[in-house]
Design a binder for this molecule. Structure first.
Ligand SMILES: C[S@@+](CC[C@H](N)C(=O)[O-])C[C@H]1O[C@@H](n2cnc3c(N)ncnc32)[C@H](O)[C@@H]1O
Length: 256
């Protein structure tokens, strides 16, 4: 992605080694929230290459946090323009510093008109969103599917990975989720943020983060996979279905 739309926030000079330690630790924390994360990622990448007929050309990771997955896509597909969108100025600063221009970094709210904020917007070959859509309430999640459909080229692919239980398996799901690892991941997440708060150069961004996110709580909207399939079809996607599952977590692929 040619541009990085962070004109509205101050990006501090950050030590790249420290940034990449935080990003690596973030990845480990996230793996605690998403059981079988490696398998999920492998399935997502394989489906993307199959649908796009090889490496996708334009890729956007929505709710991409500090950019660890976006960077892995940029490494795997060196000719692709890979970007990410997030709302959190601290995570965006880590993404920008850690990926050093390899990944375009865009600040936007996925619950609003996010595609307009992406410089040089659409059409994209691949949109991904991992462990993020549950932050949006139902109406915004429906609008998210519509905006994703509009941002993709015909035949392009959206992959949404999150907690989306299988209907008819309520008892099994209840035994699997929340996994014991999730409590540990929750503590690791708190420690991760506590560590960042002590880093002096990040203080202005931490204040900005507080101003933007202070009053927000994740919607924790986690309907069944059928809800997502119907939302995708209602938004105009053609094929839509599960390409990976581990317990209550799944990745839904939808073809524009
Ligand atoms: C659980 S994290 C997952 C991050 C990344 N996808 C990963 O798997 O490492 C959820 C991400 O969604 C972002 N997010 C939450 N609500 C958002 C919104 N309304 N607009 C944009 N980003 C949002 C958060 O800032 C965070 O980076």
């Amino acid at each position: 992605m040619a541009s990085t739309s962070h004109a509205s926030w101050v990006v501090p000079v950050l030590d790249r080694a420290a940034v990449n330690r935080w990003r690596g630790a973030w990845d480990e924390v996230m793996a605690g929230f998403l059981p079988g994360a490696d398998g999920c990622e492998a399935a997502l990448l394989a489906v993307a290459e199959a649908v796009c007929g090889g490496a996708p050309g334009r890729v956007l990771d929505l709710g991409g946090g500090p950019g660890v997955f976006a960077e892995r896509m940029a490494v795997r597909w060196p000719g692709a323009e890979v970007g990410l969108v997030d709302l959190d100025p601290v995570l965006l600063a880590l993404a920008a510093a850690g990926t050093a221009g390899r990944v375009g970094v865009h600040r936007a709210d996925l619950g609003a008109a996010w595609s307009e904020a992406v410089a040089d917007g659409g059409p994209f070959d691949l949109l991904t969103t991992v462990m993020t859509i549950h932050y949006l309430p139902a109406e915004q999640a429906l609008a998210f599917y519509r905006a994703a459909r509009a941002a993709l080229r015909p035949g392009g692919l959206l992959v949404v990975a999150d907690l989306m239980p299988e209907p008819g398996l309520d008892g099994v799901t209840a035994r699997l989720h929340p996994a014991a690892d999730e409590a540990v991941a929750g503590m690791a997440w708190t420690r991760w943020w506590d560590g960042l708060r002590t880093h002096e150069p990040l203080r202005p961004l931490m204040r900005q983060r507080q101003a933007i996110l202070g009053g927000r709580v994740p919607a924790e909207f986690t309907p069944s996979v059928d809800w997502h399939r119907h939302a995708a079809r209602a938004a105009g996607f053609g094929e839509a279905g599960v390409v990976w599952r581990w317990g209550a977590h799944a990745a839904l692929a939808a073809v524009a």
